[in-house]
Design a protein around this ligand. Structure first.
Ligand SMILES: [Zn+2]
Length: 287
């Protein structure tokens, strides 16, 4: 677990401070007495529908290796999003801008890591995740963070207003948010894919914040590759589910050169017409 987390941690149910077990096996809320598990260095701070702490289930055993599995792994389609060099540097620059003493939360971190000052939080214990929790109930003290990152997350949270309110609660006045969210992308991460954002719509994600920077995170070439691959897979499948699966693996390979055009198109002044994703950096006002 990132050693920065205990200093900013709070009960996701009541925002009470936590007492940390010296043995590192769990923590207990000093207000409501809920007890949360810490397993393999990951703090489990999710609640079930009844509001009780969710304890981790035993991890499923990996499926046995087979020729079919090896073939599937070898033909995994290329990523639809082409991250140009400039695009890849954006979050490391955001982290650097906040300074060497900043405490930053990567909400929905997945498998990404951005250094020692960033606490990684996600809904499951993916690689490098420090805290398992949901965006609508952040287990973090109010005004304790200098920065919050969301990358490809806001389209997936069931309750967007609640998540944005939580980000606002945990961010200190003057703190920064980095949001990156899709505009033209296919339906993904089924079933939890709820919405898309235009460039104009993104500014609505942080009402009352001062927008410092906004732009294209993933360009139109990636958007076209994604949409055209799915289109051709649908067209050629003849409504046959197996053919559709094959097409969804094959066409991204065939069309992947399209995304390379983003090296040029990403910086086009009108790229926001059909960009794959946008980003925004905004500052919480000091009032
Ligand atoms: Zn509590």
């Amino acid at each position: 677990m990132n050693p920065l987390y205990p200093a900013i941690a709070a009960c996701p149910a009541c925002h009470g401070r936590l007492e940390w077990d010296a043995g590192g096996a769990g923590c207990r809320c000093t207000v409501c007495a809920r007890v949360y598990a810490i397993v393999d260095g990951v703090a489990w701070m999710r609640l079930d529908a009844a509001g009780a702490p969710l304890w981790p289930a035993a991890p499923p055993s990996p499926p046995p290796a087979s020729a079919r599995r090896r073939l599937l792994a070898a033909t995994t389609p290329p990523d639809f999003a082409y991250k140009t060099g400039r695009s890849q540097r954006r979050i490391p620059l955001f982290v650097e801008q906040l300074g060497p003493d900043a405490t930053i939360l990567n909400l929905g971190s997945g498998r990404t890591t951005f250094g020692a000052r960033v606490v990684n939080l996600d809904i499951g214990p993916f690689r490098a995740v420090d805290v398992v929790a949901v965006g609508e109930r952040l287990p973090v003290q109010a005004a304790s963070l200098d920065g919050v990152i969301t990358q490809g997350v806001l389209e997936h949270v069931p309750d967007l207003p609640a998540t944005l309110a939580e980000i606002d609660r945990v961010l200190r006045p003057g703190g920064l948010v980095y949001h990156e969210a899709p505009f033209i992308q296919g339906f993904h991460a089924s079933p939890n894919d709820f919405r898309r954002f235009t460039a104009v719509g993104m500014a609505e994600l942080a009402p009352g914040y001062e927008v410092l920077e906004q732009g294209v995170a993933v360009g139109p070439g990636s958007a076209l590759m994604w949409v055209a691959s799915e289109y051709l897979a649908l067209l050629c499948s003849g409504r046959n589910e197996r053919l559709l699966k094959v097409g969804r693996r094959a066409f991204p390979w065939l069309l992947s050169p399209l995304k390379l055009t983003d090296a040029w198109l990403e910086g086009h002044p009108q790229a926001d017409l059909i960009a794959s994703a946008f980003y925004m950096v905004a500052r919480k006002r000091v009032s």
